[in-house]
Design a binder for this molecule. Sequence first.
Ligand code: AHR
Length: 490
Amino acid sequence: MSLRATVSIRADQVLGTISPHLYGHFAEHLGRCIYDGIWVGEGSPIPNEGGIRLDTVEALRAINAPNVRWPGGCFADDYHWEDGIGPRDRRPRRMNLWWGKEEPNHFGTDEFIRFCRLVNTEPYICMNVGSGTPFEQKSWVEYCNYVGTTHYAELRKANGNAEPHSVTWWSVGNENWGCGGRFQPEEYAREYRRFTCYLRRTSPIPLQLIACGHTTPDWNRRFLTALNCWDLIDHLSIHRYYSRGHQTEFTDDEYYGLYAEASFVDDDIRRTAGALDDIVRGKPIGIILDEWGVWHPQAADGLEQTNTHRDALAAAGVLDTLNRWSSRVTMANLAQTINVLQCLIHTDGERFWKTPTYHVFDLYQAHMGNHAVETLIDAPAVTSTRSDGREMDIPLLSASASVSPDGKRTALTLTNRSLAESMVVKLDWIGIDAPKKVTARVLTADGPDAYNTAEQPETVTARKLKLTAAKAREAVEVPAMGLTVIEARL
Ligand code: AHR
């Protein structure tokens, strides 16, 4: 027996525009994310372009990765960017304070920009507030963006980059309430003013300046109240990690419990939006979720974990949430692209394989740049208690829908979270023509604990689904633990 649900696609109710940046990424100098995952060095037998491994580049290009945040994370507030430029054999070797390794500085600003250009993605740089100076950070912007003949612009040219790197996205510190300096919100507001005061004037292109926020009640309110300088801030960032049970050996309750934990993202965004609405005047400030994802306590070294189909489906639910909040959320960055936490890609020397989460990001490309429209969902639910003690109904169907700006294409993502039963989802197309031509793909697995390995890289992978336009006008059957994306031409 199949479950039954209804989704009304209210094309007349536009929620916001789904910036491609909602499907962004994060790569920090920790574990094997940068070294092995991106950087293998020019002499490596692994196919590379100037030291950057090409399998990673191709995979990220294929999903149109819109941005990559770098160099941290906690690493950022102990990173001094001038260590990472110039001849590689002369770069200093430093401690990586937070992640227990030594940093060779072989991958620095110019390598990061080259990586971004190869992937065709936008660089997003996180500055050092905790142990850096305003001059140092201003100089970083000058090195990257200035077109004249100043010391730092000339240094960039001398390092082989005649053209400016033109970096738009800059965040002023990371988790400055913790590893980024242990500031009180009022102290961070003072630092934030001091650091940002010089940045816009340094750059010939407009900058997007991002302040570090927090998910604990009141931090953002206290920070914004103390800041009270809206010309210096464009976005406020928050982070959310979650887990439930063991990474691969979890119970059914823990399977559903992960969706409950992922629902913190919705609360975080709502609370942050409330603080911005109450305090900021005269300017929209975006919300950036620049670290998110599953962080299993069993991760090896605290960082490398097995990413299952369960994790991927939970990510699909978060992307639906981001689509719904697309009028407020300006960027989001899954942690962390390669080999670390809820990565998209694993590497092991020459070996390379994609996680189930990679395929979620592949399927969600269908929404990029579209207008998010309201979806009214009527579906069965299960009860779960979240780690903060809140008992909640977890709908067995997660969905979001979007329409292209020219009104000619619709994208619909439907996740049937049921472990055992397929779901027949009745589709009501409201305020829009029913589709004339559809394509559909589905991501499912034999079990929620399924994952890909170097030997079996396609245990969990997306496949085409046969669906006619006539059928899509009425209903679609989504398999148990299945994510279906329907792209329709109207
Ligand atoms: O992503 C791993 C770490 O988690 C980041 O360095 C830090 O910002 C967060 O606490």
